[in-house]
Unconditional design. Structure first.
Lengths: 137, 378
């Protein structure tokens, strides 16, 4: 439970399916049935064309590190005991960007362009977080 | 499309001392700043018939009015959510004045941002996993500096921007602050070596890249161009104004190509009928030093990707080609959420800054990540 001290997701009716699928170790994204574009985080309407005609699509969860930040000071109590703390912005193959963490990777080893794939980390009975690991490790 | 051009002016500015432990309430400081701004304009409190506030400010307009001896307000409003409101409040006030809804509007900010709740810790900005923050905060993306660092890292990757470029911004603003006795960092110059050896907070950002959390209050008064002509100070006219609220800007790290400044710049300059080359002095919202580099690009002072080299060699210091944040800005004067920049540019255009840019006639100010911007002229 490496994220116990960070705020946990509070699911709502627009994204409950996302979190339900995470519990089953599936990463799903919203795709518009009208213009076919993906978006994230899940919304009730497509940000490209405003359509509410949406579907959930399972993603292979593969992508590349687009950018990252390494927090090195305990600016908030939640960071105590876990510095340095890396946060990555991953660009998935579908084009959407997701904020996450890399598992099995020291913060200082993170690089832009690193190929990653999704893994799942159960926090409690309700919440499982999608995280990423380097491909080919 | 705008009908605001030169219809209103900023006519009075006021500040408390900026420090790190005010020992006063935010209401108490707001009253002092307001009284100073009103007196600076040559008005009395009863001339103020409108007050607008930051949503984040704890001081209600009615409480402030009571302490100023104003019996009631004809106009009041507010703008959120956090740091990006200052220029937007100018627009809100100017629209109301231009429409004749109100005569003289007071804009204020009062915050114990160091001794009270600190922005840098995320206590003000986190949303506890609600809404879209469910997709960022559980990963430990909690404080504004981290989001700025995500963008800075990407800019470094795409354009070869270096930490020394961020350092050049920090050193330049500290040098500017050393000309300004009101700046918290007045008298404390730094070198590039000081910068590079300072503590790393949000890698690639050092502590010296971060806004200086501060206690203090400031305020200014907006009135019509007609009334401004007969007041105590030289009027500073609001020549153009624009806002941008990016769709879906929900705490994700954003790449350099999605800032509000780039979107509003054509309208801002077009309405004023000027170009970036005409601007004499700039006040950019500098919550973190890398944003200065991207804003110089966004507003067209240099090409995309060239912001890093642009800030080298003292170009953005007082005496340089394009002085930016001549009071020291958020990095070295005090972090009052974009109000200081407006006040300093007003002083510059009046010819009253302790860091005076000779002959300054046109100034540009922005708020947040380009969530609002103004071109001001004397």
């Amino acid at each position: 439970m490496t994220t116990a001290n960070f705020p946990l997701p509070v699911p709502n009716l627009d994204n409950q399916e996302f979190w339900d699928q995470c519990r089953q170790h599936r990463l799903v994204l919203r795709r518009c049935l009208d213009c076919r574009s993906f978006h994230h985080p899940p919304r009730p309407n497509c940000p490209e064309c405003a359509s509410s005609n949406l579907e959930w699509v399972e993603s292979p969860g593969k992508g590349k590190v687009y950018t990252y930040v390494i927090t090195r000071q305990p600016v908030n109590p939640a960071f105590r005991e876990r510095l340095p703390w890396g946060v990555v912005e991953v660009e998935l193959e579908e084009g959407v960007h997701v904020i996450s963490n890399l598992v099995e990777c020291d913060a200082d080893d993170i690089e832009i362009g690193m190929e990653v794939e999704v893994v799942f980390e159960a926090v409690n009975d309700e919440i499982t977080l999608p995280k990423f690991r380097r491909v080919g490790q | 499309m705008s009908t605001l051009k030169d219809k209103c002016a900023i006519v009075g500015v006021g500040e408390t001392v900026y420090n790190r432990d005010s020992g006063r309430t935010e209401l108490n400081m707001a009253v002092e700043a307001a009284n100073r701004a009103i007196a600076d304009a040559g008005l009395v409190p009863q001339d103020i018939d409108g007050i607008v506030k930051f949503t984040a400010d704890s001081t209600p307009q009615g409480e402030l009015a009571a302490c100023l001896g104003i019996p009631y307000l004809r106009y009041y409003g507010e703008l959120g959510p956090l740091g990006g409101a200052a220029c937007g409040l100018v627009i809100q006030s100017a629209m109301a004045v231009a429409q004749g809804v109100v005569n003289n509007v007071l804009v204020y900010r009062s915050v114990n941002g160091r001794s009270g709740q600190r922005y840098g810790s995320g206590t003000v900005t986190t949303r506890r996993g609600l809404g879209s923050s469910a997709f960022t905060e559980p990963y430990g993306l909690l404080v504004p500096g981290q989001s700025s660092a995500l963008r800075a890292r990407r800019h470094m990757h795409e354009f070869g921007t270096k930490m020394e470029h961020f350092g050049a911004v920090a050193v330049a603003f500290r040098n500017n602050a050393c000309l300004n006795p009101r700046a918290i960092m007045h008298g404390r110059p730094i070198t590039m070596e000081d910068y590079l050896t300072s503590r790393m907070f949000f890698d690639p950002l050092h502590i010296l890249d971060c806004a200086l959390e501060a206690d203090g209050a400031n305020a200014f008064v907006i009135t019509s161009a007609e009334r401004a002509a007969n007041l105590k100070q030289p009027p500073v006219y609001i020549t153009s104004a624009a806002q941008t609220l990016l769709a879906g800007m929900n705490g994700h790290g954003r790449s350099w190509d999605e800032s509000g400044g780039a979107l509003l710049a054509p309208e801002l300059f077009g309405e004023a009928g000027v170009t970036p080359q005409d601007i004499d002095v700039v006040g950019f919202y500098d919550h973190f030093s890398p944003v200065i580099i991207t804003k110089l690009e966004d507003y067209g002072f240099c090409q995309r990707g060239e912001g890093g080299p642009f800030v080298e060699g003292g170009r953005i210091e007082v005496g340089g080609e394009l002085p930016v944040n001549t009071s020291g800005g958020h990095l070295s004067e005090a972090y009052l959420q974009g109000m200081n920049q407006i006040i300093e540019v007003v002083r510059q255009l009046r010819g009253q800054s302790p860091a005076q840019v000779e002959g300054a006639e046109l100034g540009l100010v922005d708020s947040g990540d380009g969530s609002g911007a103004l071109i001001l002229r004397r």
